[in-house]
Design a protein around this ligand. Structure first.
Ligand code: ACO
Length: 325
């Protein structure tokens, strides 16, 4: 049976030049390189320079993804930009990006699911492509979390970083089997009863301010592994596959211990796990496309590979996507 699939044509990413390592916090907060590494695996993160924004980083990542795909901006008719840190309350950062790329056809919008934003965005773009409303999509995660951190709160500010990642999805005909290239399955979930465990304490209609990130880290940790493994197991059973049938596990990069525990619970071999949290920190919606682009460019992820993406974040929101590259 012939089916429409959304196939990955190229990836790109961007990191601000300024690096901040754990020792840079030691002079300003009661913390240590050892504490941060032991609890999270993080060593470095990148911080946006003045004038560098979610849209400017998204543009850099998008142009690299277009280059990798051998396409021009004008070939794109859909932009889905996952971000919790848009340049403006409105218009959408995706539309600002569309303007910067010189695209005046098609449509563009932001998607807000915090750290799960990228799996939500891939799923959303996939559905638009399958419906025939668009043919080629830029799917982007771009975040400037450094601007919503409380830099005096050691339990949160050491965890996050800035950056952007993008991929180009294009419609292609498949056979409707597991051998097809493209997005094979997605599972998304959310549950607002966990609001207080991870949120920003401001917003346009509540306080009229941007607000700062607040998190009960231990509570988030407690739920993360169960939620992540649930949606991946649902995806595996829908496809009739198991951990040995996948080539790469590219999780949201929040914490090394969450990544390792999830892979172990699922039975995914450690050598299949792509980890960039040590270099990027938690870049929220940008973390998966940043990790993906790293693994594509260093030659790990290759055409035909089965890649599992997953994320969990504020809301709570969580989800998984399985793609054949
Ligand atoms: N340096 C030194 N000590 C610290 C630091 C720090 N940076 N931060 C907290 N501490 C202290 C705490 O004050 C506490 O001290 P106390 O015992 O004297 O009260 C102690 O360390 C233990 O604090 P916990 O919060 O219980 O530490 P825990 O082992 O849970 O580690 C962490 C904290 C790393 C935040 C962990 O809970 C975690 O990673 N949680 C998941 C967070 C996460 O992944 N969030 C992202 C979700 S995605 C999204 O949507 C944004």
């Amino acid at each position: 049976m012939s089916v429409t699939r959304s196939v990955v044509r190229g990836t790109g990413s961007y990191l601000p030049a300024r690096k901040m390592n754990n020792r840079d916090f030691e002079g300003i907060l009661e913390t240590s390189d050892e504490w941060i590494q032991q609890r999270t695996g993080i060593r470095n993160r990148h911080i946006a320079a003045e004038g560098e924004t979610t849209v400017s980083m998204a543009e850099a990542a998008a142009r690299r993804a277009l280059d990798a795909a051998g396409l021009q901006p004008g070939d794109i008719d859909l932009i889905v930009l996952a971000t919790a840190t848009p340049d403006n309350t409105f218009p959408a950062s995706a539309v600002q990006l569309q303007q910067r790329l010189g695209i005046t056809h098609g449509f563009a919008f932001d998607l807000q699911a915090v750290c799960s934003g990228f799996v939500y965005a891939v799923t959303t773009a996939d559905l638009y492509l399958k419906s025939g409303m668009a043919r080629r999509a830029l799917v982007i995660g771009s975040e400037t979390f450094s601007r919503i951190l409380d830099w005096e709160d050691r339990s949160t500010c050491v965890l996050f970083g800035d950056g952007a990642g993008a991929l180009v999805l294009e419609v292609a005909e498949g056979e409707g089997t597991l051998a097809d290239r493209g997005v094979l399955v997605s599972h998304l979930r959310s549950d607002g009863t966990h609001h207080e465990k991870l949120y920003v304490d401001g917003g346009p209609s509540s306080t009229g301010t941007v607000g700062k990130l607040r998190m009960e880290g231990r509570e988030v940790f407690k739920h993360a592994v169960g939620m992540i493994t649930d949606v991946i197991e649902d995806s595996f059973s829908e496809l009739g596959i198991g951990p040995n049938d996948i080539d790469w596990f590219v999780p949201h990069q929040a914490n090394r211990r969450i990544i390792d525990a999830s892979a172990k619970k699922l039975g995914i071999a450690p050598e299949k796990v792509v980890t960039t949290v040590q270099d990027h920190g938690n870049t929220s919606a940008a973390s998966i496309p940043l990790a993906l682009d790293t693994a594509v460019r260093d030659g790990r992820v290759k055409r035909g590979d089965v890649v599992v993406l997953e994320a969990m974040g504020g809301g709570f929101t969580w989800g998984a996507v399985v793609v054949r590259w």
